[in-house]
Design a protein around this ligand. Structure first.
Ligand code: FEO
Ligand code: CA
Ligand code: CA
Length: 666
C-alpha cells in the first residue's frame, strides 16, 4: 500500500491519440455557422463575460497553472466542500486535503491465485494471463452478495484498454538504417504479453478498518484476455461477414479488444466496450478488398499500430478479412460467475464504443447510451424490446439481443431526435447495400451517416444520472472541426477542450423520465477550456476558479453531482494542467461550478471513476502514467507508483476515501 508517495516535479511531454477521424461522408449534413441556439446565446455570453474577467487572474499565475485566490463567498454556491489541491502536473498523484489515496492493484499484481510475482525484466504471456493487465480504464463496482447494497464488500470489473510497449519492453527505440530511431516491433513473446495484458480483470475487494484490499484466492477472480472464447449473439451472429477460417459458424470469437469504458446492467452484469479495435489489424491489401469502403470508415488499414498480425494470422487482413468485423461490439459478462462465457451483443451496434451505460426506464424496458469516440462520430441509444424482471435474474439474460438502436440528431432549437437504425426503414435498404439488420449493425457508422446523424466532438462517456433522470455526454474535443462545421451542440471550431452536453428526456425528473421517447431536449453544462484564453471561449459557472480540458469519463455520487475525469492526451503538456477528477453540482446555484479534486501523475489520464453505493469510496484508474514523447522504460517521465529504480511506471487502480469516514465530496 502506498499512502504518501513522493511528489516531485518533472519535465512533461505527452503524446497519444488513437483518434483518426474517419467520417468523411459527404452526405452528412454539417450545419452552417449558427452561433448558439436561442436562449443559450445570452447565457453563454454572460458566462464568457465573467470568465474573461477571470482570465486576468489566470494570466497572472505562472505557466497558466496557478489558481487565482478563491472567492470564498462565490465558491459557497457549491455543495462540494473540499479544498482544491494545487492544479499542477507532478510526478505523483495528489488529492484534496483530508482524503486518503490507497493503491489497490497495479499492472502485474496477482489476480489469479497461482499468479507469479511481477518480474518486469522477464515478462511472459503465461504470467501476464494471471496478473493485472495494462492501462486500466473502466471500473464497475458490484456488491457482494449479489442483490445487496454493500459498500464494503464487492467485485470490481476492470477494463484494460491498450498496451504501451515503449514503457513495458526494453530498448524499444532502435536506430534504423537511416540512423533515425524507430520502434523495433514486438517479439512473438512480447505479442503474447500484450494480448494477455489487454481485456478485463475481476477482483474481489473488501473494506476492513477503513482500508480496502484485494481478497486473495477469491473464487470470483478472473482475467479475460485475447484467449477467452466469447459467444456472438444478436442479429449479426452467424452472418457470412462474421465468419472466419477458425469459426465457420460466425458465432465464437476469442477476446475483447481495446476495452475503454463500460457499464453495468440492472441485473448485475458488466458491459465491456471495444473502442479503437482497428489498430490491431494490418497486412493484406484492404484498399482493393470488396470491403474497402467499410474498412476505411472504421479506420482499418494495412498499417497496424501493433505487430500482432505478424505472428497471429487472424489479425492479418490478407488472411482473415472478416476477423475485424468481430470487434467493435459491446460484450456482456456475469462477474458473479467466473466461468460465465462473455457475449458480444451485436444488437447494440458496431463502432468505437467508448462504453455503454444503462438505466431502467419507467416502463420496465432498459435503455443504454453509447458514444462513438471519434471526431465527427455519433451518439447512440438502445432500447430493449423486452422488460426487466427484477425477480428472475436469468430471465434478463438475453434482454440485450432484441431492441431498437437509434442515433442522435441534435437540432439548434434545443431538441434532440433519436433516429432508429432499422433495416428496411428509410435509406437502410438493399439499394444502399443493406441486405439485413445484421449488415446495418456491422456497418452501423455508414447506416448512421445515411440517416443524417449529428457529427459530434468525440462523444466519450454518456451516462444517465439516476437522481435527476437526465443524461450527460462527455464530448472530449475535436480540433478538426472547421468554422463551417459548427452547430449549436458543437459550437466551437478547432475545439481543443470539449464540452459536456445534458440530455433532458420528457416525462419528469428521476424515475419519471422517459428515456425511450423519440425526442429529448438538450443543453450544455459547460464548455471546457481555459477562461484566460479568449480563443478557448470556455464557459463555466462564473465562480469557477479552475479549468479542465477534455472530459472523458464521468460518475455520479449518491447526491447526483457530476464527477468528471479528463484525458487531454498529447495536449497535457501544452495545457500545463494535470488530468484528474473534477466535480460540480448539476442543480441549484452551484450548477457548473467546477472544483478540482484529484490530479494524476505526469503523462497519465484519469479513468474509471466509480462510487460505492454509500458514496464513501471512490475507485479511480490511473492509466498510462509516464506516457509521452521520449519517455521510455529506461527513462520514464515518472516511475509512479513504486518510484523504485528498475521498476516501470505501472497503471493502477487507487481508492479515495475521506479521512473522517464521510462521503466523498461533501
Ligand atoms: Fe479510450 Fe475514448 O477513450
Ligand atoms: Ca475513455
Ligand atoms: Ca481516454
Amino acid at each position: 500500500m502506498a499512502k504518501s508517495l513522493d511528489q516531485r516535479f518533472g519535465p512533461i511531454v505527452v503524446e497519444d491519440s488513437d483518434d483518426i477521424g474517419s467520417n468523411d461522408s459527404t452526405n452528412t449534413p454539417f450545419l452552417e455557422v449558427s452561433g448558439m441556439r436561442t436562449g443559450r446565446r445570452d447565457l453563454l455570453k454572460g458566462l464568457l463575460g465573467t470568465t474573461t474577467a477571470l482570465g486576468a487572474a489566470f494570466a497572472a499565475g505562472a505557466a497558466g497553472s496557478v489558481l487565482r485566490p478563491s472567492d470564498a463567498a462565490a465558491q459557497g454556491a457549491s455543495t462540494l466542500t473540499f479544498t482544491q489541491p494545487r492544479h499542477v502536473i507532478l510526478d505523483s498523484h495528489q488529492v484534496a486535503p483530508g482524503y486518503d489515496v490507497d493503491l489497490l492493484i497495479r499492472w502485474g499484481d496477482k489476480v489469479m491465485p497461482d499468479a507469479p510475482a511481477f518480474d518486469p525484466k522477464n515478462l511472459t504471456g503465461a504470467a501476464q494471463e494471471k496478473q493485472f493487465g495494462y492501462n486500466c480504464d473502466y471500473i464497475g463496482y458490484l456488491p457482494l452478495p449479489h442483490g445487496s447494497d454493500s459498500s464494503e464488500h464487492g467485485l470490481l470489473g476492470i477494463n484494460h484498454e491498450y498496451t504501451a510497449p515503449e514503457l513495458m519492453f526494453a530498448d524499444w527505440f532502435q536506430a534504423g538504417a537511416d540512423g533515425k530511431l524507430k520502434e523495433r516491433g514486438t517479439t512473438a513473446e512480447e505479442t503474447k504479453v500484450e494480448m494477455a495484458a489487454h481485456g478485463h480483470t475481476v477482483i474481489e475487494v473488501r473494506k476492513e478498518n477503513g482500508r480496502w484490499s484485494v481478497v486473495d484466492g477469491s473464487p470470483y477472480a478472473r482475467r479475460i484476455t485475447m484467449d477467452t472464447a466469447c459467444r456472438i449473439s444478436g442479429p449479426a451472429a452467424g452472418h457470412p461477414r462474421m465468419r472466419t477460417n477458425a469459426d465457420p459458424d460466425g458465432t465464437t470469437v476469442h477476446g475483447v479488444l481495446n476495452n475503454c469504458a463500460g457499464g453495468k446492467t440492472p441485473w448485475g452484469t458488466v458491459l465491456i466496450s471495444e473502442e479503437n479495435f482497428n489498430g490491431y489489424f494490418g497486412g493484406g491489401d484492404p484498399d482493393s478488398s470488396p470491403q474497402a469502403k467499410h474498412y476505411k470508415r472504421y479506420g482499418i488499414s494495412a498499417e497496424s499500430r501493433y505487430w500482432w498480425h505478424e505472428t497471429a494470422d487472424r489479425f492479418d487482413l490478407g488472411k482473415e478479412p472478416n476477423e475485424s468485423n468481430r470487434f467493435g461490439w459491446m460484450t456482456e459478462y456475469d462477474p458473479y460467475d467466473a466461468a460465465s462465457v462473455p457475449v458480444k451483443r451485436t444488437a447494440l451496434g458496431r463502432f468505437k464504443h467508448e462504453g455503454a451505460t444503462s438505466i431502467l426506464n419507467k416502463d420496465g424496458r432498459v435503455v443504454l447510451y453509447s458514444g462513438d469516440d471519434e471526431r465527427f462520430d455519433y451518439l447512440y441509444r438502445f432500447v430493449t424490446k423486452g422488460t426487466y424482471d427484477p425477480d428472475d435474474r436469468a430471465a434478463n439474460r438475453d434482454l440485450l439481443d432484441e431492441g431498437t438502436l437509434s442515433v442522435a440528431k441534435f437540432d439548434d432549437d434545443g431538441t434532440v431526435r433519436w433516429l432508429p437504425l432499422v433495416h428496411g426503414q428509410g435509406p437502410l435498404t438493399p439499394a444502399n447495400g443493406f441486405e439485413s439488420q445484421a449488415e446495418v449493425l456491422i456497418e452501423t457508422r455508414r447506416a448512421a451517416d445515411l440517416l443524417g446523424a449529428t457529427p459530434m466532438d468525440r462523444p466519450e462517456d454518456v451516462e444517465p444520472n439516476p437522481v435527476n433522470g437526465r443524461v450527460y455526454v462527455m464530448c472530449t474535443n475535436n480540433t478538426r472541426r472547421k468554422g463551417s462545421q459548427v452547430d449549436a451542440v458543437n459550437p466551437r471550431p478547432e475545439n481543443r477542450h470539449g464540452q459536456i452536453v445534458e440530455l433532458i428526456p420528457p416525462g419528469g425528473a428521476g424515475r419519471e423520465a422517459d428515456h425511450a421517447a423519440e425526442t429529448f431536449r438538450w443543453d450544455h453544462v459547460l464548455l471546457a477550456g481555459n477562461p484566460a484564453s479568449e480563443k478557448d471561449k470556455a464557459a463555466y459557472h462564473p465562480a469557477t476558479d479552475v479549468w479542465l480540458s477534455s472530459p472523458d469519463n464521468c460518475a455520479f455520487d449518491p447526491q447526483g453531482r457530476l464527477w468528471i475525469s479528463t484525458d487531454q492526451g498529447e495536449a497535457q503538456a501544452k495545457n500545463g494542467i494535470p488530468d484528474g477528477m473534477y466535480a460540480c453540482d448539476l442543480e441549484g446555484p452551484g450548477r457548473a461550478l467546477v472544483k478540482f479534486f484529484f490530479g494524476c501523475p505526469a503523462g497519465a489520464e484519469m479513468c474509471g471513476p466509480e462510487f460505492t453505493p454509500d458514496g464513501k469510496t471512490l475507485f479511480l484508474a490511473v492509466q498510462h502514467p509516464a506516457e509521452g514523447e521520449n519517455s521510455t522504460l529506461a527513462n520514464p517521465l515518472t516511475r509512479w507508483p513504486d518510484f523504485q529504480p528498475g521498476m516501470p511506471p505501472r497503471p493502477s487502480v487507487v481508492v479515495v476515501t475521506k479521512q473522517d469516514g464521510g462521503p466523498v465530496g461533501s
